[in-house]
Design a protein around this ligand. Sequence first.
Ligand code: TMP
Length: 221
Amino acid sequence: MSRGDQGAAGPDGRFITFEGGEGAGKSTQVALLADRLAALGIAVVRTREPGGSPGAEAIRGLIVTGAVDRWDARTEALLVAAARRDHVERTIRPALARGAWVLCDRFFDSTMAYQGRAGGVDPAAVEWLRAFATDGLTPDLTIILDLPVELGMARAAARAGGHQRFERREPAFHHRLRAAFQEIAATEPGRCRLLDATLAIEPLADAVFRVVADRLHPRPA
Ligand code: TMP
């Protein structure tokens, strides 16, 4: 387990993050995994980034709305890091300490992909911010949902509440994002697992649960 150096988690808490580009279906899969774990009697906390605590949700509003050029990538990196700090301290660590399984829709890999590899911020600066915001809190497992850019963009455009800042970025940005997430999965196979998000919802949920079962061994409470 690689939860980091602070030891905030209790004996049974687990931290699972979901990552991927726009329209990959993360939120749906987080919800389905939460249902499956809850059916085993496991205490589950569903959360998301940017957001997941009152302060971080307020920062989220700044990040995801407005003109595409509202912020440059460095400012975004600072905003998501500020939101992450609040989220980790006020929501994630307390939940892990209670023994809950925390399922988080995006976490620090999104910063490396969106602001770092796709946005041009020095990856070393992104790493520093990650450490500063999290004090070393690292997911036990990261599911990366991978799909062709064109499909993801079409799905994102079709869903209610679309037209957010990042969805309007140029296709090249989204191709860099996909490559970044693939690279993260290849570089950290112990933590990350890349899954084919072109699968239909239920088969993909089955695949997600198999990975969770193989790696984290959830047991009925
Ligand atoms: P969502 O659409 O998956 O809820 O994510 C909100 C947006 O925030 C998404 O377009 C990606 C962006 N984002 C970043 O740019 N950097 C980050 O570190 C995180 C967590 C999200």
